[in-house]
Write a protein that binds this ligand. Structure first.
Ligand SMILES: Cc1cc2nc3c(=O)[nH]c(=O)nc-3n(C[C@H](O)[C@H](O)[C@H](O)COP(=O)(O)OP(=O)(O)OC[C@H]3O[C@@H](n4cnc5c(N)ncnc54)[C@H](O)[C@@H]3O)c2cc1C
Length: 286
């Protein structure tokens, strides 16, 4: 197996063009597990750790944050927790400190597991994924178009993930996850909510309760129309209906982590819970 170590982004793209079968490695927390268990035996690994640009983040002219694919969960929590609270909350639930010190949102996107904790907050915030190839240049993919199936994404074999783009939170954001224990656990299901009060709308993301991470669009439309954005009064039936609509957007399966029935029920609970937290935050100052 060849171990390819480009020093720059341009070089990494050239190598990926020449060797589309080369498997990129960032933190290695997914790749190394699969190698150790002999899930794949690629003829080349493409180590991206020398590409310094992937570890950078910054604010762009349009106000959005561009976060390099190599920014670790630990850095995201420490450096961007105030601007991306939903994603940071999800990041805090990933693995253990060791995994958060190595693992990245870029790698979560590359793996495209329906259970990846980074996906629901990216969907709720309306993030875009920047991917690039040497042949065709940059492509911006809205998060909701990125996930195509179980561990399948819109990334072409000659492309690499450069960054994700998202606006700093304009309102409360929450992520909640059900697992079989508190830490080091793959989500049985998860839910993210982002309120955008200036636009009087909400974004959502469901994890681990469908073949791909996905939005609960009808639930979002319901909140935009029915939340009392002027006074903050919360009709007691509203969170329940929101939960039902969120659960209706899920299409879970029975597996070792939980049944479809349990997952649908849990998505409804998580949706109600995140709405209660977010709405309380929005109105607590009066
Ligand atoms: C003990 C343990 C606990 C874990 N707990 C969780 C958890 O709670 N929640 C969770 O979501 N995940 C968890 N994971 C999975 C893993 O840590 C995450 O998916 C993490 O985000 C992967 O990031 P990475 O940088 O390590 O990716 P890597 O392992 O380096 O790569 C992951 C995938 O992305 C591809 N890739 C990486 N970078 C790029 C790029 N720039 N362009 C294109 N493709 C790329 C790789 O080829 C590979 O297919 C856990 C893993 C372990 C071992």
């Amino acid at each position: 197996m060849d171990f390819l170590r480009p020093a720059t982004w341009a070089e990494a793209l050239e190598v990926k063009a020449e060797r589309p079968g080369a498997v990129p490695v960032q933190g290695g927390t997914d790749v190394m597990v699969e190698l150790n268990f002999d899930v794949h035996r690629p003829d080349a690994l493409l180590d991206l750790n020398r590409v310094a640009a992937l570890g950078e983040w910054g604010a762009e002219e349009d106000g959005r944050l561009r976060v390099g694919a190599g920014v670790t969960y630990a850095r995201l929590i420490a450096e961007l927790g105030d601007r991306l609270p939903g994603l940071a909350q999800a990041a805090r639930t990933v693995g253990s400190p060791q995994i958060r010190n190595r693992g990245t949102v870029g790698g979560n996107l590359g793996a495209a597991s329906p259970a990846g904790d980074g996906h629901p907050p990216l969907l709720a915030a309306g993030a875009e994924i920047e991917v690039e190839s040497a042949a065709r240049g940059v492509r911006m993919i809205p998060a909701e178009e990125f996930y195509l199936g179980v561990k399948r994404s819109a990334l072409e074999p000659d492309e690499l993930i450069r960054a994700f783009w998202t606006r700093p939170a304009g309102g409360p954001q929450y992520f909640s996850k059900v697992g079989t224990r508190n830490a080091m656990v793959i989500a049985v299901c998860s839910f993210a909510l982002a309120l955008h009060p200036a636009e009087r709308r909400a974004g959502t993301g469901i994890g681990s309760a469908a073949p791909t991470p996905r939005r609960a669009v009808a639930a979002e439309e319901f909140l935009a129309a029915e939340l009392d954005w002027d006074t903050g009064r919360l009709d007691p039936g509203l969170p329940r209906r929101f939960g039902e609509l969120a659960a209706g957007a899920a299409s879970p399966i029975d597996d070792v982590r939980g049944t479809a029935t349990y997952r649908r029920h849990a998505v409804a609970v998580l949706a109600r819970r995140t709405l209660a937290w977010a709405w309380h935050d929005l109105w607590k100052e009066g």
